[in-house]
Design a protein around this ligand. Structure first.
Ligand SMILES: O=P(O)(O)OC[C@H]1O[C@](O)(CO)[C@@H](O)[C@@H]1O
Length: 447
């Protein structure tokens, strides 16, 4: 079976292949640092060999719990934020029919998300929608104390208990959280919810292959065994036994670091398939939280093409030349749709008649690549044979491994995120959270 592959040919006009190849010893050292656990953040390396360590029993447990939710719920609310949200959403949206939620007949519970914002209207409208629904909740939080998620869960727990009664609520509320600490753990233990543990050594943004991602994905009806299988393959392909030039994670990490040194401060992740929108979002957190620190780091941004060619396309073609692109290119769509012929040809599109829509899309992709390279934008392509569970598993592990290597090449700790605490501290001070009295006084004086 083919694997995903990385093509860096269209970087050659900006940084030479020899320069990238010269990264081999450095990349090897970074990979050894990861393998030996001797680098910064080494207590968060649980993701490195996670795919190969997931047991059949664990997957069976997840599937059994998913089945309980599928059997008892019309809607399942997945509550979480950041790494406790984006991976599940990325995979579910990539695999779902784009119009599933509008169909009268569902093949399982409708999955909706909460806990990733503090929008009053969003939460109001969600609680309204749930009013006549049999719904369950997967409450996901590693720390168990994240305000956005905890606030949504407080509302959802109450509504679920009010509508279904405490006993039934217990059956359809599942917690994915720390083994011992945090309010989500305390609540789950007190209420007797089924729980799954997020391992201590797996950080949020690297946790999609733990129950954080696997449980919601299974509830949505997708094959988590295949997802893990794909990740396992990439664990080997991107592992230390693979020579540098054949290791896509090594080459990607080296190339983006060289481009960064060369003044390309912004990486744009691109797709030509709207189902990958949340994959962009997941990737942004992975690279943004991992590398953006100590006053450095490539700024990870993302676009959906060809949609955004009609908005951001101008900037990308002619704006400041500080960007490079990484395109996720899906080789084969799941369905076939041909452009029909039209006797009158009023729209002038008969030159496309008989062609598949995907052929048009592929020419948009190729035309864009050439135009952007001509415009001074280096371009890498991650070629993905098909959009299915297996290849999503490959994509996930590929990006995770490359991120670990890339962070070490950059010289940062890719596994912490101290910067995200600043807004929380201010918010708690402004809201007079107990324990923040001094900060409250100080912040009030600034207003
Ligand atoms: O799972 P938790 O602890 O609720 O955290 C959610 C997200 O919030 C962050 O900690 C940032 O505040 C992310 O790193 C994490 O993925």
């Amino acid at each position: 079976m083919k694997n995903i592959s990385l093509n860096i040919d269209k970087v050659a006009g900006f940084v030479s292949k020899e320069t990238i190849a010269a990264y081999e010893p450095q990349v090897k050292a970074c990979m050894e640092t990861l393998e030996n656990g001797t680098g910064k953040g080494n207590d968060f390396l649980g993701w490195l060999h996670l795919p190969s360590s997931i047991t059949a029993g664990h997957l069976a447990d997840l599937k059994a719990t998913a089945q309980v939710l599928r059997d008892n719920c019309e809607v399942v609310v997945v509550a979480g934020i950041g790494g406790s949200y984006l991976g599940a959403r990325a995979v579910i949206e990539a695999l779902s029919n784009s119009f599933q939620w509008l169909k009268a007949k569902q093949n399982g519970p409708v999955i909706v998300f909460a806990g990733h914002n503090i929008g009053e209207d969003y939460l109001f409208e969600l609680t309204e929608y749930l009013k006549d629904k049999k719904f369950g909740v997967i409450n996901i939080s590693k720390s168990g104390t994240t305000t956005e998620t905890a606030l949504a869960f407080r509302l959802l727990k109450k509504q679920c208990e009010d509508q279904l009664g405490k006993e039934m609520a217990k059956k359809v509320i599942v917690a994915v959280t720390d083994a011992k600490k945090g309010a989500a753990r305390v609540t789950a233990d007190k209420e007797g919810y089924k729980t799954f543990i997020i391992p201590d050594n797996v950080g949020g943004r690297f946790s999609v292959l733990t129950p954080v991602g696997l449980l919601p994905i299974a509830v949505a009806g997708f094959d988590i065994e295949k997802l893990v299988e794909g990740a396992r393959t990439m664990e080997t392909v991107c592992g230390p036994a693979t020579p540098f030039a054949e290791n896509p994670a090594a080459v990607y990490a080296a190339t983006r670091n060289e481009l960064y040194k060369d003044g390309k401060k912004i990486e744009i992740l691109v797709n030509f398939n709207p189902k990958l929108h949340y994959m962009n979002e997941w990737w942004k957190q992975l690279y943004g939280e991992s590398e953006g620190k100590d006053g450095k780091g490539i700024y990870p941004s993302a676009v959906d093409f060809s949609t955004d060619l009609h908005s951001m396309g101008q900037w990308i073609q002619e704006g400041e030349r500080t960007i490079f692109e990484t395109v996720i290119s899906i080789e084969k769509p799941e369905h076939t749709l041909q452009v029909p012929s039209d006797g009158e040809n009023l729209d002038g599109l008969n030159f496309l008649a008989g062609k598949r829509v995907d052929e048009v899309n592929k020419m948009a992709e190729l035309g864009t690549q050439l135009a952007h390279v001509d415009g001074g934008v280096p371009n890498m392509r991650l070629i993905v044979p098909e959009l299915n569970e297996y290849y999503l598993g490959e994509i996930i592990y590929f990006f995770e491994k490359a991120c670990g290597i890339s962070g070490y090449l950059l010289g940062v700790n890719p596994f912490n995120q101290p910067g995200v605490e600043a807004y929380k501290k201010n918010m708690f001070a402004l809201l007079n959270k107990p324990g923040y009295e001094e900060e409250s006084k100080a912040i009030q004086a600034r207003l």
